[in-house]
Design a protein around this ligand. Structure first.
Ligand SMILES: [Fe+2]
Ligand SMILES: [Fe+2]
Length: 297
């Protein structure tokens, strides 16, 4: 994989361009006309429930970021507060509304303030050397999350097209899908720039690697039930069919920057294990049984 050289000016220009080209999706432009709501629900209820919740939780994520990165740069702030946050909020509303048109209950995002774990990290982040380590972890988490979202929306778009559900495919899923690559590019460029600039000493990179391997988590999937729900995204959207290749793609930025590639690893073991665990939890769950029955009915 070629590594472009990135500087802060280029990242800033990228964020400004994203803000100008991609205002939050116009909610009034969504067309929820469905040919067969029951079939769409049977196929996509699990992924929709997870994705609506996680997209809506950005409201809390923005608050967490302000605590996590007290020395945030103006470019980072512009991205998460003025560009990314408002876009993701509308993604959440669109998916939640689609779910309700399918007869699903409204999403239940966890918007309860900033958890103690984040406050502890935020206190440590006042130490500049630690701040930069946390900043790198934020970019790596963001890159993996956005890349996962790109795969999930692509699979959902293809599935809806195959079912002839053109209205929601085009005005809901594709309208969201087109905004995710710009988010991924921001995190990827920011992580590259931070490492390439030499701002991190070897011990800081080592600490980042250690923390990432110990704390790697699937976004919005802290509890067993939430991990099972994440598993439904992997299984129902077919991402688990080539899981290793997809996880390699999802975590490529950190594989490259944290040196796993130097050790001959195509994909860090901690990442593959987390995805495998979620897919297995879902397959074992009763939800999968119910889903299969609905599909077979
Ligand atoms: Fe999104
Ligand atoms: Fe996104």
């Amino acid at each position: 994989m070629t590594t472009p050289t990135v500087d802060p000016t280029r990242i800033r220009a990228h964020v400004e361009r994203l803000g100008a080209l991609h205002p939050p999706v116009d909610l009034a432009a969504a067309d929820y006309t469905l040919r067969d709501a029951r079939a769409v629900r049977a196929r996509f209820a699990g992924p929709l429930e997870y994705m609506a919740r996680v997209e809506m939780e950005v409201e809390r994520n923005v608050l967490e970021l302000a605590v996590l990165l007290p020395g945030v740069s103006e470019t980072d702030r512009l991205f998460y507060a003025d560009v990314w946050g408002p876009q993701e909020e509308h993604h959440g509303v669109l998916l939640d509304t689609l779910g309700q048109h399918l007869g699903m209950a409204p999403a239940e995002p966890d918007l309860d303030g900033v958890p103690p774990r984040i406050r502890v990290l935020g206190a440590l982040a006042h130490i500049p050397a630690v701040h930069e380590v946390i900043r790198l972890l934020y970019y790596l988490t963001g890159a993996a999350t956005e890349r996962s979202a790109m795969l999930a929306y692509q699979a959902m778009s293809d599935g809806l097209a195959a079912m002839g559900e053109d209205a929601v495919k085009t005005t809901v899923v594709d309208a969201i899908k087109v905004q995710e690559p710009g988010h991924f590019a921001f995190y990827r460029m920011s992580a590259l720039e931070l490492v390439q600039s030499g701002a991190l000493a070897p011990w800081q990179l080592h600490l980042a690697r250690l923390l990432r391997s110990k704390t790697f988590g699937l976004v919005g999937a802290k509890t067993r039930a939430q991990r099972t729900q994440f598993g439904s995204v992997l299984v129902e959207l077919g991402i688990d069919q080539e899981l290793e290749r997809n996880v390699r793609d999802i975590v490529r930025v950190e594989t490259q920057l944290l040196g796993a590639a130097d050790q001959g690893l195509a994909v860090p073991g901690y990442a593959l294990a987390a995805f495998r665990d979620a897919a297995a939890l879902y397959r074992e769950s009763a939800v999968a049984g119910v889903g299969r029955e609905l599909v077979a009915a």
